[in-house]
Design a protein around this ligand. Sequence first.
Ligand code: NAD
Length: 467
Amino acid sequence: MTVIKKICCIGAGYVGGPSCTVLAAKCPDVIITVVDISQPRIDAWNSDKLPIYEPGLDEMVKQQRGKNLFFSTDVDGTIRDADLIFVCVNTPTKMYGIGQGRAADLTYLEAAARRIAGISTAPKIVVEKSTVPVHAADSIARILHANAKEGVTFQILSNPEFLAEGTAINDLVNADRVLIGGQQSPAGHEAIEALASLYARWIPRERILTMNTWSSELSKLTANAFLAQRVSSINAISAVCEATGADVEEVARAIGTDTRIGSKFLKASIGFGGSCFQKDILNLVYLCESLNLPEVGEYWQQVVKMNDWQRERFTRKVIAQLFNTVQNKKIAILGFAFKKDTGDTRESAAIYISKYFLEESAQVAIYDPKVSEDQVVRDLSEPGLLSNVDKIKKGVTMYSSAYDAVKDAHAIIVCTEWDEFKTLDYQRIYEGMQKPAFIFDGRLILDHQKLRSIGFQVEVIGKRVPP
Ligand code: NAD
């Protein structure tokens, strides 16, 4: 039986950092070192200001860091000493060449595999935690074995991560399930068992699902595709609600109480964001095309299309309400992160909505408790968005309080469901705004009746404005 004493995690991001922190807390006898090629990221993990915001993470890192949890840029030294290596590097959508805009860019994964092979002088278990196309483990195995030093062997496992940003610690501590895919051979089973026995320290055995590698890899893509599909499905229905007078929250409650459907992920909104849903669906679409299954690819592609359409539809509606022009009008965007309780803005709906307003020459005022101006400018100047950074800086103003952001605004758009937006003093806000004062609740979190009684013009996704 292989006993794991030292773990290296390659990639100190949203997955590597929190998952290794929880692992360190649950396995005090195991030394875990999270490595990254980014010195600033590692410096931040070793400081009081962690590079990511996640409820409960600061305290847990403080408890473990220096005991059995370390953050380092010594990638080679850490790989050499480890019995088991988690690969948690980024696998973004490929932005060039074959598969551009759909396939996963496996550059970082390949670089990590080559580094492991070049450095390792003893057998190791290599665990693919990054989200990857099916059969990526095969590519890793071929790179490792082709470059291995004499006598060094590797077992490759797939152990996809299911944490959601904003609830990562709880998701890791109370995981619905842990997936471990590996080779169906005695050595493969031994490696699976070595990893399973670590998780079994706190996850009940029946929730640790072991399977073949390809099922495990495909399950991660499928899980994200299903979750995103639910959001797109309810968003599609939200448009029908607005056209018919049905209320999307009532419809969601009605269908969600059917135990076959369930109530989670049925909240209509301006659409899903985050670094994973869109990327993983596109990855699945590309996989289907490569497997000569274009009909399956088209089916899943529609989920992304619906998401794009919902954002655009919402923005058109806002502009129409604002008398068809927002030129030089102050538009307050409340929330820029892709969801509450995270500072992550990757693929956030707010990026696209802000872009539309900047193109219409509006003055965009942004407040988000966890997002900086640099981040907003970087996001808006990503390829395919706005190329003129000076224009972005001229059109966007960041505020450190919601009250300052909305002062003198023509409209407020709620883009992120931060709890603090529910309890703002809307009477005070109304008094300081241009009239008529509009609120567009893109997350369905506010008390619309109360806002209307104050005097606001309120527009909500999936509900018709009462006469
Ligand atoms: P991230 O960009 O936050 O972190 C990845 C880190 O890997 C970066 O800090 C980068 O510098 C580092 N890195 C890249 N190549 C390296 C190398 N060769 N050596 C050392 N470090 C290297 O990404 P993330 O959000 O943590 O996601 C990582 C993977 O997990 C992705 O495949 C993603 O799809 C998947 N995933 C993400 C989430 C999520 O909520 N963010 C959830 C589940 C799965």
